[in-house]
Write a protein that binds this ligand. Structure first.
Ligand code: SAH
Length: 211
């Protein structure tokens, strides 16, 4: 019950920061503590990133909310996530997509196993976690309605924009030391909007930063 109280407090805080009720509902349905390593359990509902091993982090809840709201995820959509990490962000998008599906790509095999395990514990069945270099997207299941990138890229990879459906949307942090979150909409070419400064771990790989 302690978690429930902490979760409600966090949801109220995110609401004050302008998160939509739809996204807040989805976040309310996903138990974040199931995606957090044992030693960080006390911080499961703090609004900051937390270490998940392998030098990686689960994003802060407000960042998950902002990215989900920018993507405007609707029922039935097919979504690609680059950087599954703990699986939490994928779980929230899967709740928003309902009968849709999330393909979450992760470069580190140990984290992919962690994410799969967490999603199973949370009872979320419409996410598939795959071990791949997501800088190349995931051509096998393309095109996607939405693409969410949870690591910072050197620029917006054309491999990803090519895998978007017409009218599709992509959110991606871009930059090395100074990073900016971009919303890209595939309409009359590519419409790119800067949405503010952010801090993410790097996207490494063929279309990312070198390993
Ligand atoms: N969305 C995650 C947070 C991910 S942190 C969550 O909710 O917990 C970013 C992740 O991107 C890390 O796990 C990192 O290993 C992964 N990553 C970095 N480069 C990648 C690539 N080219 N393909 C797939 N995953 C990558």
């Amino acid at each position: 019950m302690e978690f429930e109280k902490q979760k409600n407090r966090l949801i109220d805080e995110l609401r004050r920061h302008g998160a939509s009720e739809r996204v807040l509902d989805a976040m309310h349905r996903v138990p974040r503590q199931l995606f957090i390593p044992e030693r960080e359990q006390n911080n499961a509902y703090a609004d900051n990133p937390l270490p998940i091993g392998w030098g990686q982090t689960i994003s802060a809840p407000h960042m998950v909310a902002i990215m989900c709201d920018l993507l405007d995820i609707q029922e039935g959509m097919k979504i690609l996530e680059i950087g599954a990490g703990s699986g939490y962000h994928a779980a929230v998008m899967a709740e928003l997509a309902g009968s849709g599906h999330v393909y979450a790509v992760e470069l580190i095999e140990g984290l992919a196993l962690f994410a799969r395990d967490n999603l199973k514990k949370a009872g979320i069945s419409n996410v598939t976690v795959l071990v791949e270099d997501g800088s190349l997207g995931l051509p096998g299941f393309a095109p996607y309605d939405r693409i969410s990138v949870a690591c910072a890229a050197p620029d917006i990879p054309d491999t990803l924009t090519e895998q978007l459906k017409p009218g599709g949307k992509l959110v991606i942090p871009v930059g090395k030391h100074i990073q900016e979150l971009y919303l890209v909409t595939k309409i009359n070419g590519l419409k790119k909007e800067a949405k503010g400064g952010v801090v993410f771990v790097p996207l490494v790989g063929k279309k990312g930063f070198p390993y």
